[in-house]
Design a protein. Structure first.
Length: 105
């Protein structure tokens, strides 16, 4: 089920919802909570909830296609995003160049 974003990203930006502890594996199968300090320098992960139209090419006459789409689970640079809160929900706005990869399964 896809989540509707309250933010429309511009250009090559992407709105990402951070993963819950259960989604990210921060809680072990036995219910033990893995502390934040144990995953200190790991890149961030999230679900794409909105994608911009893409940036313009060098000539400015055509938009370049985005490599991610809504519903993709992505990993992105730990320091390459801006945090936004809308109605007590947290979102990250990430440039597509800060996205390191898309999970395939």
């Amino acid at each position: 089920m896809s989540e509707k974003s309250p933010i429309k990203p511009l250009g090559d930006r992407v709105v990402v919802r951070p993963l819950t502890d259960e989604e990210s594996g921060s809680i072990s199968m036995s219910g033990i909570i893995i502390p934040e300090t144990a995953k200190k320098e790991v890149p961030e992960q999230g679900m794409v909830v909105a994608v911009g139209e893409g940036k313009w090419n060098e000539d400015g006459d055509k938009r370049l296609a985005m490599d991610v789409k809504e519903g993709d689970r992505v990993v992105f640079s730990k320091y390459g995003f801006d945090e936004v809160k809308v109605e007590d929900k947290e979102y990250f706005i990430v440039s597509e160049s800060s996205i390191l990869g898309v999970f395939t399964s």
